[in-house]
Design a protein around this ligand. Sequence first.
Ligand code: GN1
Ligand code: MG
Length: 371
Amino acid sequence: MWKEITRDEIARVLTEFGLTYDDFTVSVFSSGHINMTYRIDISKDGALDSFVLQCINTYVFRSPELMMNNIAKVTDHMVGRMLADGQDPYRRVLHFLKNQNGKNYTYGEDGHFWRCYDLVDGARTYDSVEDPAVLESAGRAFGNFQKLLSDFPMDTLVETIPDFHNTKLRLKSFFAMVDEDPCGRAKDCAEEIEFFKQRKKVAGCLIDQQEKGVLPLRVTHNDTKYNNILIDDETHQAICVLDLDTVMPGLAAYDFGDAIRFAACTAAEDERDLSLVKLDEECYEAFTRGFIGGAEGFFTEAEIESMAWGARNITTELAARFLEDHLCGDKYFKTHRKDHNLDRARAQIQLVKDMEAKFDWMVETVRKYAK
Ligand code: GN1
Ligand code: MG
């Protein structure tokens, strides 16, 4: 769906968002698997200004207008909370541009759905952790994100992807794809399929607890990858949470866990050499210190006990999502090489196995910082 995006279309979209220019440059920005993200540098009367322009993947986000509505509500709420607490929201909350009709999105060619926000100067994202102290600040920022939204009216949010982190339903859908096997790929994944059969029950344990009312639903981010947080170039502190597409009711443990899955791993998400894929204990501890310590008693005891499970279960869930996409012919996640989703699934499976081996330590470490 992306091939047809032209410079002409981008020029028209910029105008729709009220931007005028003498010239502009476009560069592809971000390593996300879903949307197309561009950095736009505009020159006008000798001055420069920069923006992030995104074309939303409407195969994944079926109701993008409702999604942008969610985002407007959530960002307004965060700004309000920060101002009420005497804090400056500048550079800490994304600011979306409005189109001629006052909407925070606009349509381009062929139904392309666009949004645009101010680029935050002097800050950038990272795909891997260079310094655990920076990861600790990311933990604090993601923990604080939940705190800021703790008084947000949850029932006003639309589920942008229904049952996004319902691990039980994710696994059900995975096994249905194994049965359907539309590309004839299941025969080469017998070992991986067996992995999920063995973990089917345990991977749903937090959803069970939520259904029983043991774990509360909160307004969560649901995509807490390390590269979804902006780090200030000078202070090396996390300043702003990005990618609010999946802000929905969810479990705190999954926000904790997804961050661990991505940032506290000794290898990339798609590493082929599985001997390199392990839970990085130093990073795990640093993120935990930030996320749990920074929340200052905000989480219930049951939530504290659920955090390490969140890491294990969301990693299992994502492994299943990657493998399901491989089996169905790579329709959901962008891929950059043959069998890319299979490689991703295998790396995630390996990470789950290492988490299982280190699980008692993971639970203890969370408890230590909750005291
Ligand atoms: C996708 O777009 P990105 O890369 O931030 C996905 C997440 C996965 C992640 C895996 C809407 O996020 O759920 O955890 O890839 N987002 C969606 O890297 O499916
Ligand atoms: Mg995303």
